[in-house]
Structures are given as C-alpha cells and as structure tokens.
Design a protein. Structure first.
Ligand code: ADP
Length: 612
C-alpha cells in the first residue's frame, strides 16, 4: 500500500479545518467589532463636532444680535475673532453664513478674501436656512483626498428665528487612521492565532494519526501473515480504545487463522493420506481440488485437470452432465483398466449445499473396487465351478442308479460295473468336498501346522520310495538329491500331501516310459531348498502355466476329470507352501514336459520344533 501524500493526509485536513475555523471566527469577530467600533468612533466624533457647533452658534448668535453703528466693529470682524478661537485638530474650516446666504466669515485664512461677503451656493446651507434643521454629509476633499465630515447647523434666536448658519468641515482621516491601526492589530492577532492554531493542529493531528498509521502498518503486517505485532496504545480515549480493539482483533484473527490453518493441514493430510480419491468442484462443475490418490487413479497431473469440467476428467462426458450428477447422486462404476492393469472405480457423488439450498459444488469420492470386483468375480466363478463339479458326478450317479432301479440290478454283468461307477463318483465327490473343506479352512486361517525340523532329503526319499513301490506304469524315477542332510521346519503331513499331489500329477500326465526327475538344490545364500519335480509328459500351454495354481483350473477339463482330478490339488499345494514361507511355480513346454518348483526355508538346527 502506498504512503498517503501530504496533501491528502489527515494532518493537512486537521490543520486546514483548525485554520479555517479560526479564520472564520476571527473574521466574524473582526467584522462585527470593527463595524461597531467604527460607528461608535464616528458617533463620538460627530457629537463632539455638534457640541462645538452649538457653542459656536451661541457665540455667533450673540455677535449677530449686537446693535451695531459706525463706532462698533463690523460683524465680520467680530465673527473672525470668534472663529479664530476655534482650534480643534480635526476641524479644517468653519464658515458663518447669514440668513441671506452671505458668508460672514471663515476660519480658513486662505478663503477669507475669496469667500467672505460672497453668497454661498451650498445646498446643505440653503436647506438649513430654509428648514432650520441641521444636516451633515461625508465628502472627499479634492485636494487632500481626505474624507471630510461636512456639518451645517442653523443659528436661531430664542424665538426660533433663523438668522444664519454655521458650516463646518472636519477631516475624518484621524478616525480612519485609528481604525486602520485597530485593523492592523486585529490582522496581526489573527495571523498569530492562525500560526499557533496551525502548529497546534499539526501536533493534535499527530495524536490521532500516529495510532492510525500504527494500525495501518499493523494491518499490512497482518495481510503478510504476521500477527505478532501490536499497536501502541497512547491513551484511554476513543483512539486508544480503537487500538485496543484492533489488538484484540489481531489476537482473534491469529487464533482463527491458526484454527483454519490447522484444519486446512488436517484436511490436506487426510486428503493426501486417504486411499480413496477425492475431487471437489465449484458450482459450475469445474475441478477445484483433487488429491494425490485421485490423480494416481485417473493417471493425470493436477495442472491438466484443475478448472476442467469433472465429467471430462472422469471421462463420462458422453453419458452424463454436471447437472445429471447433481440430480442423480448415484454412485457410478468407472472402468479405467489399461492393458497392463485392471482398475475399476466406484465414484460416489455428494453435493455441497448451503443452508439456503444453494448448490456450491460437488464432491466425488473415487474408491478402487478392482480387488472387490475381482473377489466377487472369483466368488461367482468358484460357486459356478463347485456346482458344476458336483453336478457332473451326481448326474452320472443318478443315471446309473436309475438304470439299476429300472432293472439293471438284476443283471449280474452290468450291476457290479454300475455300482463301481457310482462308488468312484462318490469317492471323487468326497475328495472334492474334502479338498474344498481344506481350502476353506486355510482361507479362514482355521488350521494348525505341527512343524518339526526334518531332514528334507530323507523325507523326500521316503515319499519317492513309496511312489516307486506302488507305481504301476512304466515311468523311470531319477533322483538328483544332494548327499547331505538339510533340515527344514515343516508339517510332514501337509508337505507329504503337496508332494503326493505334484508327483501323482507328474505320473498322471507322463507317457509310458517317461522319466520323472526329483531334484533338490540347497541355496545357502537364500537359506532355502529348491525342490523340483519334472516330467516328460504332455506339458502345459504357455498361457496356462501360471494359472494351474488357481482353484478348479484344469488345462483339459475332460481329461483331468477322467483321471480323477478335482482341479484343487495345486491350489492347496500353493496355500501349504506359502504357509511354510515358501514359493511354488511351474515351467512347462507343451508336448515336452512340466517342471514344478517349490522352495522351503532351511532351519538352523535340527531340534527346532514348533506349533504355529
Ligand atoms: P488335478 O486334480 O486336476 O490334477 P491340479 O491342481 O493338481 O488338479 O492340477 C491342475 C491342472 O494342471 C491339471 O488339471 C492339469 O491340467 C495341469 N497339470 C498339473 N500338473 C501337470 C503335469 N505334470 N503335466 C501336465 N499338466 C499338469
């Protein structure tokens, strides 16, 4: 904020107001005082002149009333003598005129010859002689340029007969000079008062402007986010109270800002740490906020989506508008899957609404439901698989049992065969149900392992021996086992089940005379044994290799079912191996053979028995 210029400042305004007030007051007082004084002085001057005229009128009346003869001096001479006595500073001339308007005498020696004995033409004198009343006027002297008061008074006898008139000229310059002096004094006083007022105004204004500029600085600091500054309190007046309120306001603002900032931090922390994506829009549907998870889900950058319509950002512009999102408020399922990664999002919308009902914007929460969808899909497939697996043997059994009921039981040749089939199917169903039960227990973590530290080579040899003894087909067993003991902590029953499954699979899919190789490799660095069982059988197509561990997955359903498989053996094996902290995988070449690998961690000593 720029500084307030001097000509716009309160300082100047204060000084101007004071000065103007004083000026106006002085002017009013001055005009009133001077005019009153002037009229008073003028009145005094006039009355002193009147007194003088009255005195003169009396003396001259006496002279005029005198009986004159040749021995007595002429009236003009007597009047001159009387007029000679008229000594007054301001009176410049006194003339005596008789009733015939003839000038009998003048006090001005320069006018003696010119005027005495002549008739006067002055209108004032003529009126005084005619009417008998005094009159006066102010006139400007042509020579001296002085203002002159001219007064004319009739000379009357006791019985009111007008016998002449007195004409008096008095300069008013003294009076005006006095007035000028008084005005001068007044002016000086006014200027002095104005100067003092101006100085006082500056000082007074400072007492107001200082706290104000302090508050201004404070407001600027507050705008910059600095709330630590405080306004000085100079007094307990209104400005002091304003400063106090300002300091209180600063404190309240600081607290409010701290709360807001805290809330903002909390919100931004919640938004960035939550797993769901959040998008907020303004009332026109333009994105104003988007958190990191949402950016990751939509695979966009913040700059590209901010201020863009949400329907475009969610790629639903063809089917939805912002208004339809607001009115429907239903959650949408959005498929953002790419070739490499499946991604299904559920977008739940809720509107931001004021108490008045005015809609301020929309909040969309994106929830990744890929896993849920996958589980749901798996569940559906699982149910379908189980139903299918159970329905097939049951249908077979029903038709055989129907045939038996229809009379086949009487046939000694057919009846045992039919019963044999139903028994096989029943056993398969029991196996299937057992496998399912086992898997379900493992899913629910409702199982117990009794692990013992076992020499894996000896353990493995015993299992192979069992198969070698019982094998009916012509398959060759090759053992590539290290000639040393290696201890692994395992639940013998469970790992036996795993190996049984893998070996029986290898035998099942091996051709006549095929070789099955059993190998164990001790990986000291990884502290684990790597077990592999390879056959030279039909193999598994490349695309299916990773799927053989899935539940119910079978490369060739008809064939495996014929071979008595449930499609759950390798899935159970995977769960078991994983529960022993190992890994299991397969590699295969179609037509050439299959190799199943698994690892198990090596224990430090042979005595380690544990329950888990
Ligand atoms: P099953 O009980 O059907 O054998 P598994 O889970 O043990 O179920 O095996 C799943 C599928 O993997 C089998 O149906 C089969 O198609 C395939 N498979 C497993 N082992 C082999 C193998 N050694 N050679 C060829 N295919 C195999």
């Amino acid at each position: 904020m720029k500084k307030v210029g001097f000509f716009r400042s309160i300082h100047l305004k204060f000084v101007l107001i004071y000065v103007l007030l004083i000026l106006i007051a002085m002017q009013i007082i001055g005009v009133y005082f001077v005019s009153k004084l002037e009229s008073q002085l003028d009145r005094n001057f006039k009355s002193s002149l009147e007194e003088r005229i009255n005195l003169l009128a009396y003396s001259i009346e006496q002279e005029m009333k005198k009986q004159r003869d040749d021995t007595t001096p002429k009236i003009e001479e007597d009047i001159r003598t009387v007029l000679q006595d008229v000594k007054m500073e301001d009176i410049s001339e006194v003339r005596v005129i008789n009733s015939k308007s003839m000038v009998l005498g003048t006090s001005n020696p320069y006018n003696q010859a010119r005027m005495v004995g002549k008739r006067t033409t002055s209108l004032l004198i003529k009126r005084a002689l005619a009417v008998g009343s005094p009159s006066d006027k102010i006139e400007l002297d042509r020579n001296t340029r002085h203002r002159m008061r001219i007064m004319v008074a009739p000379i009357k006898t006791n019985n009111q007969e007008i016998i002449g008139a007195i004409y008096l000229e008095a300069s008013m310059e003294n009076l005006y000079n006095q007035m000028k002096q008084i005005n001068g004094i007044f002016m000086t006083g006014t200027i002095l008062a104005l100067v003092v007022t101006a100085v006082l105004g500056v000082l007074l204004a400072q007492t107001i402007t200082r706290p104000m500029s302090d508050m201004r600085k404070q407001a600027l600091e507050m705008a910059r986010g600095n709330f630590s500054r405080k306004v000085n309190i100079y007094g307990d007046d209104e400005i002091g109270q304003l400063a106090l309120s300002f300091n209180n306001l600063t404190k309240k603002l600081q607290e409010a800002q701290a709360t807001t900032e805290g809330e903002r931090r909390k919100l931004s922390s919640v938004l960035s740490h939550m797993t769901d994506g959040v998008i907020a829009t303004d009332r026109k549907g333009r994105v104003i906020l988007i958190n990191e998870p949402a950016l990751g889900m939509l695979n966009v950058s913040r700059e590209t989506v901010l201020q863009n319509p949400i329907v475009e950002v969610l790629d639903i512009g063809e089917t939805h508008t912002f208004d339809s999102l607001i009115s429907e408020q239903e959650s949408l399922i959005l498929d953002f899957s790419t070739e490499n990664k499946p991604l299904i999002l559920r977008a739940s919308n809720s509107i931001i609404q004021k108490e008045t009902g005015f809609i301020n914007g929309l909040i969309t929460v994106l929830h990744d439901i890929t896993e849920l969808e996958k589980i749901d899909q798996e569940r559906r497939e699982f149910v379908a698989n189980v139903s299918h697996e159970l329905r097939t043997p049951l249908t077979t059994m029903r038709s055989y049992l129907e045939a038996l009921a229809d009379g086949a039981w009487k046939d000694d040749d057919i009846a045992p065969k039919f019963l044999d089939v139903t028994q096989t199917e029943t056993e398969r169903m029991i196996r299937l149900v057992n496998d399912l039960l086992q898997l379900s227990k493992m899913d629910a973590k409702d199982y117990r392992f009794y692990k013992t530290s076992v020499d894996f080579i000896g353990f493995f040899n015993r299992i192979i021996d069992r198969f070698e003894l019982s094998k009916s087909q012509k398959v060759i067993f090759v053992r590539d086992l290290p000639n040393q003991e290696v201890f692994v902590s395992l639940d013998e029953d469970k790992i036996t089940q795993v190996l049984d499954n893998i070996i029986s699979n290898a035998m099942k899919y091996s051709p006549e005379g095929g070789t099955i190789t059993f190998a164990v490799h001790i990986e000291d660095a990884a502290k684990q044994v790597l077990v592999s069982i390879s056959d030279e059988g039909v193999g598994i197509p490349k695309a299916d290799v990773s799927k053989v561990f899935d539940r119910f997955y079978r490369v060739d359903k008809a064939r495996t079912r014929m071979l008595g498989g449930t499609g759950l053996g390798l899935a159970i094996a995977k769960e078991m191996i994983n529960a022993h902290n190992g890994d299991i995988w397969a590699s295969s070449q179609e037509g050439k053979g299959t190799k199943i690998f698994f690892t198990l961690p090596i224990t430090q000593d042979e005595q380690e028995d544990e329950w888990s």
